[in-house]
Design a protein around this ligand. Structure first.
Ligand code: AMP
Length: 301
């Protein structure tokens, strides 16, 4: 596996790959890799001639410098894991290297997240999805991938990124199922910051999603009732709920409480201690048990 120290070096290497007719599958990450990330890498390796991963904790998508500083970083073990997964090239970079044309990095102008940036993450983390779109735009232009792989866990991010890809004309954005631990907690780099009792509390997030899924399967279609079912569970815990909402995953407009939905995505953000967790579940699908099975098959965090 090649480990390149800058976006410039990565861009040159990727250009060579493309001129040799090799397709690139790309997985952007912030590192501290777990089996969720690796499921994306595995898929990118199997569906493309080269598999490229970036590791960059992007300050533009953190509204809070404390959160940015506390974000776990494990470059050495990430490199070992990626090599084992068959990744072809990994690159890192600094903010200055990603934006060489900007002298004062405070002056970086972020791209607007677009229509999918409205509500939920857009409300509770203002500027976050703008920062995501800005760095993913740079990363796509650096790598020039045919396919890029993202996790459904960050559902609103997948909408913003798909919108960006549609705007610039590439890559194909492939959304991969959420990998969970045996209790159903979605794997996240931030889970490393949770104590065991906090992890136990955090499991309620998936329980709440499952409860909404359950009543969906019995025919409930009203967003408000589906959301109340989730809140009933979450409000019985120490979790600080930011949102527990149901949205039409394609229209992405705010729902009218009593108007039945044809398709639905349940989305939750909650804080425990200083740690913010998000999770989601598509209610009109049957993939729930499969994603847990993926996590049980592996080992690690
Ligand atoms: P991050 O390092 O948090 O920016 O995540 C990099 C990519 O991994 C994003 O596309 C995430 O959605 C994806 N990802 C994170 N956690 C999981 C998970 N538990 N299952 C599947 N994909 C995930």
């Amino acid at each position: 596996m090649l480990h390149l120290p800058s976006p410039d070096a990565a861009q040159t290497w990727c250009q060579q790959q493309r001129s040799n007719g090799r397709t690139i599958g790309f997985v952007p990450t912030m590192g501290s890799l777990h089996r969720g990330h690796l499921s994306l890498v595995k898929r990118a390796c199997s569906e493309n001639e080269t598999c490229c991963v970036s590791i960059f904790v992007n300050p533009l998508q953190f509204e809070d410098s404390k959160d940015y500083n506390a974000y776990p970083r494990n470059l050495d073990s990430d490199l070992t894991t990626l090599e084992q997964q068959g990744c072809t090239m990994v690159f890192v970079g600094s903010l200055g290297q990603f934006f060489p044309e900007i002298v004062d990095l405070q002056e970086i102008k972020t791209l607007g997240a677009g229509r999918y940036g409205r509500g939920l993450e857009g409300t509770f983390r203002p500027g976050h999805l703008d920062g995501v779109r800005t760095i993913i735009d740079r990363l796509f232009r650096t790598v020039g991938p045919v396919n890029a792989y993202f996790g459904e866990k960050d559902f609103q991010q997948t909408l913003v990124v798909s919108d960006l890809a549609a705007q610039i004309g590439y890559p194909q954005v492939i959304v991969c199922p959420t990998v969970r631990d045996e209790s159903g907690l979605a794997l996240s780099s931030r889970n490393a910051l949770l104590s065991s009792p906090q992890k136990k509390q955090a499991h309620s997030i998936y329980q709440a999603l499952l409860a909404a899924h359950q009543i969906w399967t019995t025919g409930e279609r009203r967003p408000e009732t589906l959301a109340s079912t989730m809140l009933e569970i979450l409000n019985n815990t120490d979790l600080g709920v930011e949102y527990a909402e149901i949205r039409d995953p394609t229209a992405w407009t705010e729902t009218t409480p009593e108007t039945p939905l044809q398709q639905a995505q349940a989305l939750i953000a909650a804080r425990i201690g200083g740690v913010r967790l998000i999770d989601t579940l598509r209610l009109d699908s049957r993939h729930t048990n499969e994603t847990i099975a993926v996590a049980q098959a592996g080992s690690g965090p």
